[in-house]
Design a protein around this ligand. Structure first.
Ligand code: AMP
Length: 191
């Protein structure tokens, strides 16, 4: 089973991806985590993307598409994967669709977590406060977060109608508690 989780920063995609990993053994592919690991590791890719990620902008589509299409075909994804943080533009969604069709890989569910955008600042503030200091994200400060939300509205929100047109989008209330959202996700997967 392959799943795409969509939603703005702070919507709970990471938390729900972990739930899906624990419950169904699916591999979580978080593009944000991959980029942060590349930055931490000091690779060429990391150097190339650091300023972009720190500023809360989107890494260019070609880099992200290459990263995720290579990753998806690795053996540990054969039992199913969750895309968390990808696609973030319509071009990424369209290219993913083409690449997966060629590889005969099917996306079974596209789930969007719907949250009030004005509640996200508070959520992410809490995430920053709760994280141990050495794990605090550079891009979880107030100014960058506001920018990430505007990037989401402009570039990522149009991905939702893309999947809606394909008839595969399920939108869930992301304002519920994490456990309630997990339950709703389980119901969608059982349909
Ligand atoms: P996240 O952990 O998903 O919030 O991602 C953190 C940051 O990584 C984003 O603000 C972007 O700078 C970058 N990023 C992650 N995924 C993508 C993507 N699919 N396309 C472009 N940039 C991305």
């Amino acid at each position: 089973m392959n799943i795409i989780l969509l939603g703005p920063p702070g919507a709970g995609k990471g938390t729900q991806a972990k739930h899906l990993t624990n419950t169904f053994g699916l591999k979580q592919l978080s593009t944000g985590d991959m980029l942060r690991a590349a930055i931490e590791g000091g690779s060429n890719l990391g150097k190339q993307v650091q300023l972009i990620v720190d500023a809360g902008d989107l890494v260019p589509d070609n880099i992200m598409i290459e990263m995720i299409t290579t990753r998806i075909t690795r053996a540990d994804c054969a039992g199913g994967f969750i895309l968390d943080g990808f696609p973030r533009t319509v071009l990424q969604a369209e290219t993913l669709h083409e690449v997966l069709s060629l590889k005969k890989i099917k996306i079974d569910h596209v789930i969007a977590l719907d949250v009030k955008l004005d509640s996200l600042l508070g959520r992410i503030r809490n995430r920053a406060l709760e994280a141990p200091e050495d794990q605090r994200r550079q891009d979880d400060d107030e100014k960058t977060l506001k920018h990430r939300l505007s990037v989401y509205k402009e570039q990522t929100a149009p991905v939702l109608p893309y999947y809606e047109k394909l008839g595969v989008l399920k939108t869930l209330d992301g304002m519920l508690t994490p456990d309630e959202v997990s339950k709703k996700i389980n119901e969608v997967l059982a349909e």
